[in-house]
Design a protein around this ligand. Structure first.
Ligand code: 2U9
Length: 334
């Protein structure tokens, strides 16, 4: 099938028209490159048309040759023009995407704060670690033995009423104090003992401005030969003065706990009035026996307090529930 001069001229004209249109319509450099290869490449449409030249009369070839060059240059010019346009647009887009509009408000990433309960716990632990105490922790779910029995609080002991808690189907309970941690610790180690045990505790209390069903407690325990109530008073004095300030009037008021004998409540003079802040006492010999320590050789002292209470005193917080209802207006003060 021979190709005539007119046909080749028509094919070149069509190619120029179609290719020019396609180049104008493309909007990516990749597509543009594909068009260049498709039209002007070795195996491109222009090459294919030029292969038809072989069938032309010799005197007609120069005419097609020059026509083909005109088309090639025209398409090359369109390609170059489109490429620099697309490259410019790409740079602009990049500049726009990278330009930092300093008038734009910054990306506000709220800075978190240490919750007042955790900052109070950290402060207390720093003091006791400074006094040579080791931080001990333990499970919040305990057996009746570790929460009560081992702490000289047998099943029918009236003190259990003040420490009512949440009981689980398997007979376990949610601990009412971290004293269970000390029992575990003493079972696994020999005196001398100096531990501070922070942790979450549970009480089936009516929640009000000063009572929460879930709260944090910290207890300390020291067991050694020859520890006396004086050592207890000295330790508590140092601790409370670290927390509330020097020459803080402190008062020890006789009290009762099943796991200490003698026992005392500790009050501090705060804003002109006595404020009960913690309880303490000499570890009851029965408790030492329950972990296999000979009370004739070893004595111990212990103390315990509610962390929320300290946080409320330190930060003049009027209602314990503010510490739990996640109100940012309140928490952002710390
Ligand atoms: C062992 C032996 C003795 C820990 C103690 C208190 C006094 C005390 C209360 C403070 C506020 C509980 O959170 S509260 O309601 N606790 O007053 N706790 S002595 O005595 C122990 C602990 C462990 C082995």
């Amino acid at each position: 099938m021979t190709t005539s001069l007119n046909e080749l001229e028509a094919q070149l004209a069509t190619l120029k028209q179609v290719a020019t249109k396609a180049i104008a319509a493309t909007d990516t450099l990749e597509q543009l490159e594909q068009l260049r290869v498709g039209y002007l490449g070795k195996k491109g449409q222009l090459s294919q048309i030029l292969r038809g030249m072989g069938q032309l009369a010799a005197e007609d070839r120069p005419r097609i040759g020059s026509l083909a060059n005109v088309v090639k240059e025209s398409l090359q010019a369109s390609l170059d023009g489109k490429r620099s346009y697309l490259q410019e647009a790409q740079i602009q887009a990049q500049l726009e995407s990278e330009t930092l509009d300093v008038t734009m408000p910054g990306v506000y990433s709220p800075i978190g704060r240490v919750h007042p309960i955790n900052s109070t716990i950290d402060r207390v632990l720093d003091i006791f670690v400074g006094l040579g105490y080791t931080v001990a922790t333990g499970p919040e779910m305990e057996t009746d033995y570790y929460n009560f029995e081992a702490l000289n609080t047998p099943a029918d002991h009236p003190a259990r009423d003040m420490q009512d808690t949440f009981y689980l189907p398997d007979g376990n309970l949610l601990r009412t104090h971290t004293s269970s941690v000390q029992i575990h610790y003493m079972e696994d180690s020999e005196p001398p003992i100096r531990i501070v045990a922070p942790g979450r505790c549970y009480r089936r209390d009516t929640v009000d401005a000063t009572h929460a069903a879930v709260f944090y407690q910290i207890e300390i325990l020291a067991v050694d030969e020859g520890l006396t109530f004086t050592d207890l008073k000295g330790t508590i004095k140092v601790f409370l003065e670290e927390m509330f300030g020097e020459d803080l009037p402190i008062r020890f008021r006789a009290s009762y706990f099943p796991f200490t004998e003698p026992s005392a409540e500790v009050d501090v003079q705060w804003q002109g009035r006595w404020l009960e802040v913690m309880g303490c006492g000499m570890v009851d010999p029965n408790v030492l026996k329950s972990v296999g320590y000979d009370p004739e050789v070893y004595t111990g002292f212990a103390a315990g307090f509610g962390v929320e209470r300290f946080a409320m005193v330190l930060h003049q917080i009027d209602d314990i529930r503010r510490l739990y209802n996640s109100d940012l207006r309140f928490l952002q003060q710390f």
